[in-house]
Design a protein around this ligand. Structure first.
Ligand code: CO
Length: 171
């Protein structure tokens, strides 16, 4: 399997509505495997299907990254509750190369999702795991981390973003 091409900011697919996965089986396991390969190759710790040009609600997450954990997948993930405590931390995104910024996010979340066989799970996550999942679920809602930066930071990166967007439009 070959890594897929990562769509960068300015590509329409990153801002399009995503569809729920209804059919399990078929191409899903191979597609997810390919997402994981693409994520590792790109040195990312999370990836959402729209980033490889596929509008289905699928994400991969490097679970327990700091403890060299494993890469998990979530199909149709939905964050069902957010803890009240938040934390500011720096994020980047494979679709926005060369730009990082501080995003304030809840430290704890509860997520409802389906596994590769379509079985439903409800699970709590915290810390970096929770942050990655929120970042990837944002992708499924057409939101990019740069949308969540402070106004001052947005002004600072405006030129760089514009350049990336132009490059993406030119293919
Ligand atoms: Co991202």
């Amino acid at each position: 399997m070959m890594p897929m091409k990562i769509k960068t900011i300015g590509s329409r697919v990153l801002r399009e509505e995503t569809e729920k996965v209804k059919e399990f089986g078929e191409d899903i396991p191979a597609f997810i495997e390919n997402m994981k390969i693409t994520m590792v190759e790109g040195k990312g710790i999370g990836l959402a299907a729209p980033q490889v040009g596929d509008s289905r609600k699928i994400i991969t997450v490097h679970y327990d990254f700091e403890k060299r954990g494993r890469i998990i997948e979530m199909i149709n993930p939905e964050i069902t509750s957010f803890g009240s405590e938040t934390e500011k931390s720096e994020e980047g995104c494979l679709s926005i190369p060369g730009i990082t910024g501080v995003v304030d996010r809840p430290l704890e979340i509860e997520v409802k999702y389906q596994d590769i066989d379509g079985r439903e799970h409800v699970q709590g996550f915290s810390g970096l795991n929770a942050r990655i999942i929120q970042h990837e679920v944002d992708h499924l809602n057409s939101v990019l981390f740069v949308d969540r930066l402070s106004y001052a930071k947005k002004l600072m990166i405006k030129g760089k973003l514009k350049k990336l967007e132009e490059e993406a439009r030119q293919g």
